[in-house]
Design a protein around this ligand. Structure first.
Ligand code: PEP
Length: 251
């Protein structure tokens, strides 16, 4: 199981150090559970240092540019993120797609760049509310997945982590029911299988909290969680992790 925290535009380096100290003291490693933190690029190196020494914890970057270097003011390249300690990168988060206008082509280039540098892409897909209301969810997330994987080998696809994050559920307090999430995960698992990613973990994200985490990860189609708001305080994030830990894992 993968439990990932997306800290968005929060938590300065010193706050990250305090968070890590408190959280690590309270949450020991657990077999079969990986923790991943996505701090802002400014706090990436502080996070990498603060979590160093815990093999069950990785740090990732929230966004990357596909070029390894150059005149791209404000952007973070994959090599720069890697040098600061990132082992993973979020790609295609809905805020990147819908606030910053990122396209499927951008997402595909970023996935390629992340794989080429040996990091793990956490590819985010998800439908808008109006697409859900039109019953287009399966078509939308499958199209996003296929576009991101265009040109990848089957081996490349096998290195992805996918996050299903319905846009209407992110930061809104509205969560997909475990049944709804599981149904979309089944669609994505099938699409991944056809592309060579039969074993790729799929995380659910969208207003996860300590009260709903357990029922979501209890679904066999759900291999973990990607969490924003409820990961910003060590106590709340610990409560989410503890709730998810309560679910027996396969194998
Ligand atoms: C996210 O940012 O990926 C997310 C799921 O946010 P929240 O948990 O706040 O909905």
């Amino acid at each position: 199981m993968i439990l990932a925290a997306n800290w968005k535009m929060h938590l300065a380096p010193e706050e990250v150090r305090r968070f890590a100290e408190q959280f690590l003291a309270a949450v020991p490693p657990k077999a079969g559970r990986a923790l991943v933190f996505f701090p802002s690029a400014v706090s990436l190196e502080a996070a990498a240092w603060a979590f160093a020494g815990r093999d069950d914890v990785q740090v990732g970057v929230q966004d990357v540019h596909w070029e390894p270097k150059g005149a791209f003011t404000g952007a973070t390249s994959v090599p720069l993120a890697k040098a600061a300690g990132a082992a993973a990168a979020l790609v295609g988060h809905s805020e990147r797609r819908h606030v910053f206008g990122e396209t499927d082509v951008d997402v595909r280039r970023k996935v390629r760049a992340v794989l080429d540098a040996g990091l793990t892409p956490f590819l985010c897909v998800g439908e808008l509310l109006e697409q859900r209301d039109r019953d287009e969810t399966a078509a939308v997330v499958t199209a996003q997945l296929r576009a991101a994987c265009d040109g990848l080998t089957r081996e490349d696809v096998g290195r992805l982590v996918v996050a299903y994050e319905p846009v209407w559920a992110i930061g809104t307090g509205r969560t997909a029911t475990p049944e709804d999430a599981a149904a979309v995960h089944r669609v994505l698992h099938q699409a991944l299988e056809a592309l060579g990613g039969g074993g790729v973990p799929i995380l659910y994200g969208g207003s996860v909290n300590p009260g709903n985490a357990r029922d979501l990860v209890a679904r066999p189609e759900v291999q973990g969680l990607l969490v924003g708001g409820a990961s910003l305080q060590p106590e709340t994030w610990q409560a989410v992790v503890t709730a998810a830990d309560g679910v027996p894992q396969p194998g």
